[in-house]
Design a protein around this ligand. Structure first.
Ligand SMILES: O=P(O)(O)OC[C@H]1O[C@H](O[C@H]2O[C@H](CO)[C@@H](O)[C@H](O)[C@H]2O)[C@H](O)[C@@H](O)[C@@H]1O
Length: 345
């Protein structure tokens, strides 16, 4: 379904098409090592998805009735599956006829379905001809390395310079599960579009950029730049504040548990929690979640869904990058998604 600007919060005036952009600028993006550098950190094989995130949800898909225990076990299994293979797992692995472990085969299959944008660069250039290209970037694990403390996931100056340069050629957006403010604090580039809280908090420069604008409320950011923002889930903020407090209370005795308030979603970080305590923590999260039927829980790389008032973001296993294309009304382009440098044609 193609979405209109009311649904997405973003619209296009007269954005440049590929023909107006030199292919040299695309090549320089490909050659730009900083954008490439954290690719492996987010692949399903090497990226531990050690957080769980709660977002506001639409009620369109009724939850299946499961016992709390079954729900918690399901989360834990999904988190473990998204974590790096451990020696113990590999030791007991089953191998197929080609001598590949099941996990290895799954990885190869995943890579085939999500080709590297750099390895298929010529195809990307070809596919982009005559089209407007919009660049969507994830933050964690793409622009910054994955680190233990989410508050210290800093972007290097080299990366900032590269993104700034790329943004002179294409409208560029950063989409993250984090709060928009936090991503902006890390990135500090006023010319970009930012979609925080998995797209529930979108902001862009008031005058637009490369003909792309955000439809929404005009305002000023903390640096005094004129901006337009679109916050379709703003009425849920009091609920998210309440949930954050409840989670803090429930997890305070579990060493290593960390809550991150991402404005319209909340992340519970498991990374520093001993694995033997994961179940206890997941049970505490489930106790809180039960009181909020409008909230939806995702693990690791899953894209969250939104309240009925919010944009109908396309959510599938291809991740945020794909959703971003839908957000732009299916004007397909070159995407560097949260899975790393992956092509979208
Ligand atoms: O959906 P995303 O934009 O990919 O955001 C997912 C989460 O990213 C951040 O957590 C991840 O990076 C942290 C810093 O490197 C790391 O400590 C954590 O284990 C990772 O899961 C962010 O802190 C979360 O709020 C996001 O939900």
């Amino acid at each position: 379904m193609a979405l209109n600007s009311k649904q997405t919060g973003i619209h296009k005036d007269a954005a440049p098409t590929y023909s107006k952009i030199s292919s040299a600028s695309l090549s320089s993006l490909a050659a730009s090592s900083p954008l490439y550098s954290y690719r492996s950190a987010k692949s399903p094989r090497s990226s531990p998805a050690l957080h769980t995130s709660m977002s506001v949800s639409s009620q369109r898909k009724p939850r299946t009735r499961q016992s709390d225990h079954a729900i918690v076990v399901g989360w834990l299994e999904a988190m473990k599956a998204a974590s790096p293979p451990r020696a113990a797992t590999l030791k007991g692995a089953n191998f197929n006829a080609s001598g590949q472990s099941v996990e290895e085969a799954q990885y190869v299959d995943w890579v085939a379905k999500h080709p590297s944008a750099l390895a298929t660069f010529e195809k990307m250039v070809e596919a982009g001809k005559g089209k407007q290209l919009v660049l969507f970037l994830d933050y964690d694990g793409t622009l910054s390395p994955i680190v233990e403390d989410p508050d210290r996931a800093f972007m290097s100056d080299a990366m900032r310079t590269t993104v700034k340069e790329v943004a002179t050629h294409f409208p560029t957006a950063i989409i993250s599960g984090r709060s928009r403010d936090k991503v902006y604090e890390f990135v500090q580039l006023a010319e970009l579009f930012y979609a925080g809280s998995h797209g529930m908090d979108i902001m862009g420069p008031a005058e637009g950029y490369h003909g792309v604008k955000v439809d929404g409320t005009r305002g000023m950011d903390e640096q005094g730049n004129e901006i337009v923002f679109f916050q379709p889930a703003s009425e849920f903020l009091p609920m998210m504040n309440e949930v954050c407090k409840a989670l803090e209370q429930r997890s305070k005795n579990i060493q290593g548990a960390k809550i991150e308030h991402n404005k319209y979603c909340v992340s519970m970080h498991f990374r520093r929690v001993k694995e033997e305590n994961w179940q206890a923590l997941a049970e505490e999260v489930q106790k809180v979640l039960k009181n909020y039927p409008k909230l939806f829980l995702t693990q690791g790389r899953k894209v969250s869904v939104h309240p009925e008032q919010a944009p109908d973001v396309h959510s599938d296993d291809k991740g945020i990058g794909t959703s971003a294309f839908y957000c732009m009304g299916q004007r397909k382009g070159c995407g560097i998604s949260h899975e790393g440098t992956r092509a979208g044609f």
